[in-house]
Design a binder for this molecule. Structure first.
Ligand code: A3D
Length: 306
């Protein structure tokens, strides 16, 4: 299994390291900055003797090395700076992503592609348009991370093991995300039965602002430990045909009442990429919020001149 990661910054390189540790396949790490991916790959390679793990990694600044990849992760682009929204990244990252997608189409037309570059849902939509790939084979990582953040915050509040929580978040990866208390369970008990509405709303708000909170604390760059763990989980799910249901930014064609937009929804992920989109029965309030999130995404995409 050949897994290429384009963008050897914080998220890309840590994703590569996680996948190496897990022996997910042959890893190719690419960055436009000369020597950088090669240097990081050498460093990771040097750790093999210490870790007693014979993983394979190639670092390069030549994108041609992604040729015939089975899975491609795109983390190339600029990260958010303090005070910057994901949306402000749109124009800059769109140009970077468009060029990369043309290369993916040329060099690895059969790959399954996971987009990570922000603003996530718009970049995923753009990548689909540029490559013309089937939506089941190109999608984005965003709300898996948001669900993990929600689970973490709930576990601390309720004083329960985070591993007992099955968190559910849908919507856009950004201010339009919607952590769903009705579909989040602690060992089978719905969160809506364990927390009152005020408490739930406070945790939801904290989850929505978590990325920005981390950006502010870091001072430069954005989160990468949890994001890389989320990407690695999706890659492993594809590589091992695990068929787990994970939240990803998927192209909707009537699901959830929406068309021609990419938004975060639960999907069964396996060796074909998205095997199914899981449709949750949303109530009126949730459906309205989801529709607003979809419309916001569509309107923002229209502002983009490519
Ligand atoms: P950073 O550490 O800056 O790494 C980005 C890397 O991309 C840099 O090393 C650049 O040199 C490289 N790059 C730029 N253009 C190209 C190109 N054309 N080809 C190859 N490499 C290129 O950022 P990061 O790793 O922290 O974040 C990367 C992206 O992921 C950003 O857009 C973030 O906003 C996004 N991100 C998304 C999530 C989600 O949950 C969706 C989480 C964390 C980061």
């Amino acid at each position: 299994m050949k897994i290429s990661i384009i963008g050897a910054g914080n998220v890309g390189s840590l994703t590569a390291l996680r996948l190496c540790h897990e022996q997910a396949g042959e890893i190719v790490l690419v960055d436009v900055v000369k020597g950088m991916a090669l240097g990081k790959a050498f460093d990771m390679e040097d750790a093999r003797a210490l870790l007693k793990n014979n993983y394979n990694i190639l670092g390069t600044d030549d994108i041609a090395e992604i040729k015939k990849s089975d899975i491609i992760v795109v983390t190339a682009g600029l990260a958010r700076k303090p005070g910057m929204t994901r949306e402000e990244l749109l124009a800059k990252n769109a140009t970077i992503l468009k060029n990369i997608c043309l290369k993916i189409k040329e060099l690895s037309p059969d790959a399954i592609v996971i987009i990570v570059t922000n603003p996530l849902d718009l970049m995923t939509y753009l990548a689909l348009k540029v490559t013309g790939f089937k939506p089941s084979r190109l999608f984005g990582m965003g709300i898996t991370l948001d669900a993990a953040r929600f689970a973490n915050l709930v576990s601390k509040d309720l004083q329960v093991a985070v591993t007992d929580i099955d968190a559910c978040v849908i919507g856009s990866h950004g201010e339009g995300m919607m952590p769903l208390a009705r579909f989040t369970t602690v060992k089978g008990v719905a969160l809506s039965e364990l927390l009152d509405e005020t408490k739930t709303e406070a945790l939801v708000k904290k989850t929505v602002l978590r990325g920005q909170e981390i950006v502010t604390l870091l001072g430069s760059g954005s989160a990468y430990f949890a994001p890389s763990a989320a990407v690695a989980q999706i890659v492993n799910c594809i590589a091992r045909n695990e068929l787990k249901t994970l939240g990803v930014s998927a192209y909707l064609n009537g699901e959830y009442g929406e068309k021609d937009v990419c938004l975060g929804v639960p999907c069964r992920i396996g060796s074909n990429g998205i095997e199914d989109i899981v449709e949750l029965k949303l109530d009126d309030k949730e459906r309205k919020f989801f529709a607003a999130s979809a419309e916001g995404s569509r309107q923002l995409f229209k502002t983009l001149s490519l």
